[in-house]
Design a protein around this ligand. Structure first.
Ligand SMILES: [Zn+2]
Length: 306
């Protein structure tokens, strides 16, 4: 079901108060009417808004219970503004941008908020890539993407998995890895790609055990040189990621922030053909509804860098 505002005016008209935001959440979460989170089959009574009561267990609940939105006493309107803002930042959202747009008093609050939104960008229970997948790893954070062993200081190593879709790139997965060892690369690859898939890599020994893990592993080149284009999809994603990071943060992405940006990049990339920012907004709201609340100490790194 597609149901979303197309323009900022539609957005402002539609989500003008808490009840309107709540009604939107209810439509997305409960297309067939309110359901008790404990007994989904039971009859539900409508109580004083925004509450519902389960006829079976007596539990009182609201549409935000058990979702990312339950996590705060801040208004839903502010949440919606934050989501709308993030969706419209072509080069990715920054904590400073979120702070300015929402008029938040502290950078810390904005930073924490951004990292909650990040969780909504990772589809809960998302599936792994399958079919034929190019896998490569690249250093990001410097002036240019680099390969292993080359000027790695101050950079982070990212594993890139890019699905082959004819001549095009299908979906992608990105993951920060500690180093280019088998112990780092193989678990990251198996988390991103389903067993039985064909995995194309260069001749780096770090991938040598994939075959034994149930993958059809094919080495497509021996020399690890960016631009050789024997893994054109992974290389293309690496270049786009690097450009995006540079455009957003002049490349200066702290290690603690990188996970967030990898997830945001993946979210945008895998929906790049949807054509509508409004649809991205709806998807982000849906995914936030599917998430359990997050505590501050569960955020990446556990604390704000500033
Ligand atoms: Zn119940």
């Amino acid at each position: 079901m597609a149901d979303y505002p197309q323009t900022v005016l539609e957005f402002n008209d539609r989500f003008h108060n808490e009840a309107a935001c709540r009604a939107y959440l209810e439509t997305l979460r409960w297309p067939e009417g309110p359901r008790c989170p404990r007994c989904p089959q039971a009859k539900v009574w409508t109580m004083k808004a925004p509450f519902y009561r389960c006829a079976a267990c007596g539990h009182d609940f609201t549409v935000t219970a058990g979702t990312l939105f339950a996590d705060t006493h801040l208004p839903l309107r502010l949440w919606f503004q934050a989501l709308w803002h993030v969706i419209h930042q072509k080069n990715g959202a920054s904590a400073l941008g979120v702070q300015r747009v929402l008029g938040l008093g502290s950078y810390r609050t904005a930073w924490r908020w951004l990292h909650k939104l990040r969780r909504a960008m990772v589809r809960p229970g998302r599936d792994r890539l399958s079919g034929t997948v190019e896998v490569d790893e690249v250093y990001v954070g410097g002036e240019r993407p680099g390969k292993r062993g080359r000027g790695a200081a101050g950079k982070a190593l990212v594993l890139i998995a890019a699905q082959v879709d004819g001549g095009k790139i299908g979906r992608i997965r990105l993951a920060r890895v500690a180093d280019a060892s088998t112990a780092a690369l193989v678990p990251a690859t198996t988390a991103a790609v389903s067993p039985g898939s064909q995995v194309l890599t260069d001749g780096w020994s770090g991938y040598a055990t994939l075959q034994a893990k149930g993958y059809r592993h094919a080495v497509v080149r021996d020399s690890a040189v960016v631009g050789a284009n024997l893994l054109p999809r992974a290389n293309r994603v690496a270049a786009l990621l690097q450009r995006w990071l540079l455009g957003t943060h002049q490349g200066a992405v702290a290690a603690a922030h990188l996970d967030y940006y990898l997830d945001e990049f993946t979210f945008r990339f895998n929906r790049r053909t949807s054509g509508s920012r409004g649809l991205l907004f709806q998807r982000l709201v849906e995914q936030a509804l599917a998430l359990a609340p997050v505590r501050g100490d569960e955020l990446v790194g556990g604390k704000c860098p500033k």
